[in-house]
Design a protein around this ligand. Structure first.
Ligand code: CTP
Ligand SMILES: C[C@](O)(CO)[C@H](O)COP(=O)(O)O
Length: 243
């Protein structure tokens, strides 16, 4: 049996912090929906198959306006998400078949690079569990309920965590099955599920500060700037080639 690499792309959130009528994954960035960019990155990578997880009642829209319109050939299934991110991940994991590795990615992170996908592939083959992240740039403090500083952390040991989060399929499936059996709900990423439910070590892969999650309105402005810069670079490159 041929074992595949599958990407589960999450797009079932409501985008409450964005505060717009439309869920943020469908808002436009340089004329294309936010979700388009990460689907395109996976489409052009060594990933074999993409599972898209969407909100209730959004399947038809995604099929027509995203998958068909942009001709994504690797999106094999569209499934409904749940009320929290971890429910949506679990729904995606249930429909995965014959997979060796699973990339779990926030559809709200459009700046996923080809290099990062390759680096994660290389690391997961060695470690079975790895996640994208970057060292924090600010000073980080633990505070108490009165908002007083309790402790300053050694920031050389603190990273901000992104997606993709990549695992051997059996490992992450087993971890999520246990999470649901034990009805645990205080988890905000997949690595936390694997760490707590299996004890397996999760390795960090240095990603990029550009791999932001579109969360609040200013993130859209930042995203537009990134894309405008990319376009300028590409235009200059094309001009140099013509000369
Ligand atoms: N029930 C949920 C919640 C989140 N997500 C997805 O998980 C990613 C990261 O979540 P977040 O930024 O928190 O998105 P939202 O839940 O949409 O945002 P908010 O918390 O502001 O409502 C997004 O791609 C989002 O679509 C999901 O698939 N299902
Ligand atoms: C998984 C994640 O993107 C890592 O930074 C993040 O935790 C998801 O954020 P959420 O707001 O909890 O959905």
């Amino acid at each position: 049996m041929i074992m595949k690499s599958v990407a589960i792309v999450l797009a079932a959130g409501q985008g409450k912090r964005m505060g717009m009528d439309c869920p943020k994954q469908y808002l436009l960035l340089n004329g294309k929906p936010v979700i388009y960019y990460s689907l395109k990155a996976f489409e052009e990578s060594d990933i074999d198959e993409i599972i898209l997880v969407v909100g209730e009642g959004e399947k038809e829209y995604c099929e027509q306006e995203i998958i068909n319109r942009y001709q994504f050939k690797k999106v094999m299934q569209i499934v409904s998400g749940g009320s929290e991110r971890y429910h949506s991940v679990y729904n995606g994991l249930q429909v995965v078949q014959n997979a060796e590795y699973v990339f779990i990615h926030d559809g709200a992170r459009p700046f996923l690079s080809k290099q990062l996908i390759e680096d994660l592939f290389e690391t997961v083959r060695e470690t079975k569990a790895c996640i994208a992240g970057m060292p924090v740039k600010d000073t980080i403090k633990l505070i108490n309920q009165k908002k007083q500083v309790e402790k300053s952390l050694d920031r050389s040991k603190v990273w901000q965590i992104q997606t993709p989060q990549v695992f051997e399929y059996q490992l992450v499936k087993q971890a999520y099955d246990k999470l649901f059996e034990q009805k645990i709900s205080d988890v905000t990423d997949d690595a936390m599920v694997v760490e707590r439910m299996t004890g397996h070590a999760v390795t960090l892969v240095k990603a990029s500060y550009k791999n932001i999650k579109i969360t609040t309105p200013e993130d859209l402005e930042i995203g537009e700037c990134f894309l405008a810069n990319e376009k300028t670079k590409n235009d200059k490159f094309e001009e140099l080639k013509r000369r």
